[in-house]
Write a protein that binds this ligand. Structure first.
Ligand SMILES: *[C@@H]1O[C@H](CO)[C@@H](O)[C@H](O)[C@H]1NC(C)=O
Ligand SMILES: *[C@@H]1O[C@H](CO)[C@@H](O)[C@H](O)[C@H]1NC(C)=O
Ligand SMILES: *[C@@H]1O[C@H](CO)[C@@H](O)[C@H](O)[C@H]1NC(C)=O
Ligand SMILES: *[C@@H]1O[C@H](CO)[C@@H](O)[C@H](O)[C@H]1NC(C)=O
Ligand SMILES: *[C@@H]1O[C@H](CO)[C@@H](O)[C@H](O)[C@H]1NC(C)=O
Ligand SMILES: *[C@@H]1O[C@H](CO)[C@@H](O)[C@H](O)[C@H]1NC(C)=O
Ligand SMILES: *[C@@H]1O[C@H](CO)[C@@H](O)[C@H](O)[C@H]1NC(C)=O
Length: 528
């Protein structure tokens, strides 16, 4: 039950999916980079039309047949086609809520000439007019993992209309704004494969600073960073002398020389000019976050300062996963608590309304009765009277649909008593032991004779206690040894007098197997 619930719960858990768009015919790489597993032990699963599991130990021939390359954490589709469209997952599977080890991709393949995918994949680059500007092929979807035998060739650039283009402009003009396509080709086992991605260049006119001092960044600016990654913050100032280049301080001290980079300044250049000094965080540490960094420019006429700080970028997917894991744990706990508390009601509900049967009560056991009501002699007068026993039997039969074997009704006369009783037990799925006063036939003599065979057969035993017999049982010695043995092997339900409470019936039905026939009628029995 629990693993089933886990599967259901992890099913509703929101998992972030990487959206990949590719043009038909292009080479596509899905990179399971966050996974800590190599592809040999890490199955990729394709949820395309036919489900497929891919392992890194597939032979080169098999990979070639499928037009795929599996290398370390990457799955490369050499020529995407509509057949490749679908959902992919990588990483080890399992029922534990550690969904973070599985990564999902949704691959959409667009027709060759369609611009839908190209525009979806657009990367934006900003350059400033009259400055050098270089476009780079976005690396995200392109294999640079050094797949053996795969060679990358020089990128080819063209404009959206197909016109060839450079990707480097020494002094870019506003008219260069637009979409550029980068085509990268790969040679692999004698064939050429290609990817294309588009870069949108936005050339911004720069307003030349006219006032001496810092013009970038803005004072109080906050930079979002990820811990452990590199971050550079450029401080730009209009200077009138190479001596006055901007510098960085933090809490009144100069930032270490190794953490800054100042553009070289040629004293013979035209002044004033723009100069920049870059603050470099090789790997952003938590200590960097708590500090204010100040870029300072000072000349003989003025001093200008700007303060900046770093903040940690929110990581929605990690947060989601954490929240999700907590939800799953809480839900599980709630389900377990509810199940434990309402075990009986849940089981009976499933049995009555949904039709679930317990595993033990298979329909093909060829037994004629659901239960055998057998009396044992209660030592004190706390046992069930004859009316009580009739009430018990008739309610089980008429109201709940059990077929009951009763000694005085169903056992054929003439048989040896112990044998007849064992026969009856044989024909029944459970034995209900009822304390009786006065001792009826066949009585406790038989019970003592057959108790070992009851235990040996692993017969399902249900003991009915009364409050008096319970105290009797606890006073060791007064309870016959046979009964003490049996009461250890069975479940017990306490009878608190007539009419029996609903809780008594629930407990009794919980311990009994489900009746094999449907109840005849919801009649309340006359005797009770
Ligand atoms: C994955 O495989 C590569 C090469 O086979 C190896 O260098 C790397 O250490 C492996 N990584 C792990 C996590 O096993
Ligand atoms: C490949 O690896 C998978 C999982 O580790 C294993 O079940 C399968 O037998 C392997 N196949 C071959 C051909 O080694
Ligand atoms: C991929 O997953 C999305 C939901 O995440 C589903 O709507 C879609 O039908 C799936 N596609 C295939 C081919 O299984
Ligand atoms: C769950 O993930 C954490 C780190 O992501 C890992 O240390 C742990 O072993 C994982 N647990 C299982 C059961 O895979
Ligand atoms: C400095 O500028 C002069 C004149 O523009 C040039 O000849 C010289 O090579 C430059 N020096 C450096 C280090 O850039
Ligand atoms: C950031 O923190 C690291 C470690 O605390 C330190 O070595 C480095 O100098 C800091 N960087 C800057 C720019 O202050
Ligand atoms: C920058 O921060 C320092 C304290 O770290 C403060 O004294 C100073 O006034 C701030 N400067 C500006 C321009 O906000």
């Amino acid at each position: 039950m629990i693993p089933l619930l886990l599967v259901l719960l992890t099913g509703i858990c929101p998992v972030t999916t990487n959206e990949i768009y590719a043009n038909a015919g292009d080479l596509v790489m899905l990179n399971c980079r966050e996974s800590k597993h190599n592809s040999t032990e890490m199955p990729w699963k394709m949820e395309t039309d036919q489900k497929m599991q891919l392992y890194g130990n597939m032979s080169a021939f098999e990979q070639q047949q499928l037009g795929l390359v599996l290398y370390q954490r990457s799955l490369v589709i050499l020529r995407a086609s509509a057949n490749h469209q679908g959902n992919y997952s990588c990483g080890p599977r399992g029922y534990h809520p550690n969904t973070s080890s599985q990564i999902w991709f949704r691959l959409t393949v667009c027709p060759k000439q369609s611009t839908v995918c190209t525009s979806r994949n657009k990367y934006r680059t900003i350059c400033h007019a009259k400055q050098a500007c270089k476009l780079s092929c976005p690396e995200g979807s392109i294999p640079n993992v050094g797949i053996p035998g795969m060679k990358s060739m020089e990128d080819v650039w063209h404009k959206e209309n197909g016109e060839p283009s450079d990707n480097y402009f020494p002094s870019v003009g506003l008219e260069k704004s637009g979409v550029y396509i980068c085509k990268r080709s790969f040679s692999y086992s004698g064939e050429i494969y290609q990817t294309s991605s588009s870069v949108e260049l936005d050339v911004k006119a720069v307003e030349h600073p006219t006032k001496l001092g810092i013009y970038l960044p803005k004072n109080g600016q906050i930079f979002e960073v990820e811990l452990g990654t590199k971050k550079e913050i450029v401080c730009k100032a209009l200077v009138n002398s190479c001596q006055n280049s901007p510098y960085w301080t933090s809490e009144g001290e100069f930032v270490d020389d190794s953490d800054v980079h100042t553009d070289p300044c040629n004293g013979s250049e035209k002044m004033p000019k723009c100069m920049s000094t870059t603050l470099i965080f090789r790997e952003v540490s938590p200590g960097n976050l708590s500090k204010t960094f100040t870029c300072v420019f000072s000349s003989d006429k003025l001093t200008s300062r700007v303060n900046i700080t770093l903040v940690k970028k929110a990581q929605p997917s990690k947060v989601m996963l954490a929240v999700c894991s907590v939800c799953v744990v809480v839900l599980m706990a709630a389900i377990v608590v509810v199940y434990v508390k309402f075990k009986i009601d849940v089981t009976l509900f499933l049995r009555d309304k949904v039709g679930f049967k317990d595993c033990q009560s298979s329909t093909s056991d060829e037994k004629s009765y659901d239960a055998f009501l057998m009396c044992y002699k209660s030592v004190t007068d706390g046992g069930l009277s004859e009316e009580d026993r009739k009430c018990l039997a008739s309610t089980l039969e008429d109201e709940f649909g059990y077929s009951i074997c009763l000694y005085d009704r169903d056992v054929l006369p003439g048989q040896a008593i112990a044998e007849a009783v064992l026969d009856c037990i044989e024909q029944s799925r459970a034995v209900v032991l009822v304390p009786s006063f006065p001792d009826p036939e066949p009585g406790s003599a038989v019970l003592s004779a057959i108790h070992t065979s009851l235990v040996e057969r692993k017969t399902r035993l249900i003991f009915i206690n009364t409050e008096q017999t319970e105290t009797e049982a606890s006073r060791s010695g007064s309870f016959p040894e046979a009964l003490q043995l049996l009461s250890k092997a069975g479940n017990s339900v306490t009878w608190k007098g007539r009419p029996p409470s609903t809780s008594f019936w629930k407990q009794l039905r919980y311990h009994l197997p489900a009746p094999q026939q449907t109840p005849k009628m919801q009649l309340l029995s006359q005797e009770c």
